[in-house]
Design a protein around this ligand. Structure first.
Ligand SMILES: Cc1cc2nc3c(=O)[nH]c(=O)nc-3n(C[C@H](O)[C@H](O)[C@H](O)COP(=O)(O)OP(=O)(O)OC[C@H]3O[C@@H](n4cnc5c(N)ncnc54)[C@H](O)[C@@H]3O)c2cc1C
Length: 287
């Protein structure tokens, strides 16, 4: 690993000033679970590490009028066990509970996870179907954008070098909506998914009023399966329609061949897992 200067800012303003001063030569560090591996393997280099863990006020989980605010330094485990999330967005608590092992969930943070942008990560799928937004802050101002707009490619996001992701804002899950998260993990518990799907649906008089589906490990970024959603919206979910809607997932994914399987196999598994998720949220079939 190359040498770097390790900065320990104690306010958000100080952290932002460091990032602005050093630009591309600096990197924020939160839990370090991804960043330290990348530095050790030489996949990343940096001259200045800006350690965020001493910045106060970034790890709360609060219910406000516009949604649940999750600070960027909240750890995956905090989300998993948060009474606020268990009550108001149980799907999200379940998704975070499925990340790797408790050892990793006790270190990895919500902000670090989203900024890492591995398309096989679990949390973005739950956040996308819940229509969550992120707040990005720099010394010059701030902006919010949908979680689905964050990733642009494998390990790439729209976050600028002088920006920090400070919080995620999650609309509460509608109480009548059914949600499910399915993750295909044929290897070990701390492996990333071979394919994963989050689905959230609301029915009205037996018809699909609102259906949202997001797929992971299925392309360079998390994928919102809009064609599948459109086939179902407003329709009564017959077995045949669910089968066709799941089949449409094959056209929407673009997986890589790797040690978890060839691309064609993963495309087929995306259809199988979308089908299972739809049966669960539309027909109440146990996963
Ligand atoms: C063995 C292993 C298995 C794993 N399996 C899974 C899995 O199955 N599913 C899953 O979802 N995750 C999994 N993870 C966790 C995931 O891949 C990341 O390691 C983790 O989410 C990163 O969080 P962190 O807080 O440690 O980020 P860090 O490692 O500190 O940082 C990651 C990146 O984000 C940047 N960054 C950090 N915080 C911010 C911020 N607030 N604003 C802007 N940029 C920031 C850093 O500069 C860096 O580029 C696994 C991790 C390990 C080590």
């Amino acid at each position: 690993m190359r040498d770097f200067v390790f900065h320990t800012p104690s306010t958000l303003a100080e952290a932002l000033t460091l990032l602005e001063t050093y630009g591309d030569a600096a990197r924020p560090m939160a839990g370090g679970t991804a960043l330290v591996n990348f530095l050790k393997q030489g996949l990343l280099t940096t001259e200045h590490l800006v350690y965020l863990q001493r910045v106060p006020g970034l790890s709360d989980i609060r219910l406000e009028s516009d949604g649940i605010h999750i600070g960027a330094l909240a750890r995956h485990r905090d989300v998993e066990i948060s009474p606020i999330l268990r009550q108001h967005a149980p799907l999200l608590a379940d998704v975070y509970a499925r990340v790797a092992t408790v050892r990793i969930r006790n270190m990895a943070t919500v902000g670090g996870g989203l900024a890492h942008a591995d398309p096989a990560q679990d949390p973005p799928l739950g956040l996308i179907v819940l229509d969550a937004r992120v707040r990005l802050v720099s010394s010059g101002g701030e902006r919010t954008l949908a979680v689905g707009e964050l990733s642009t490619d494998y390990y790439e996001t729209v976050i600028q070098p002088a920006e920090l992701l400070t919080e995620v804002i999650v609309p509460p899950q509608p109480p009548t909506a059914r949600g499910v998260y399915l993750k295909f993990l044929p290897r070990t518990e701390d492996d990333y998914a071979t394919v994963a799907v989050a689905a959230l649906a609301e029915l009205e008089d037996g018809a699909c009023r609102d259906v949202r589906i997001a797929l992971g490990a299925a392309g360079p970024t998390p994928i919102r399966a809009t064609a599948t959603e459109q086939l179902l919206t407003g329709q009564h979910a017959s077995a045949d329609l669910i089968r066709r809607a799941a089949q449409a997932a094959a056209e929407q994914v673009d997986p890589l061949s790797d040690f978890r399987g060839p691309a064609d196999y993963k495309r087929d598994m995306a259809v199988v897992f979308t089908h299972r998720a739809l049966e669960r949220v539309l027909n109440g079939v146990p996963a």
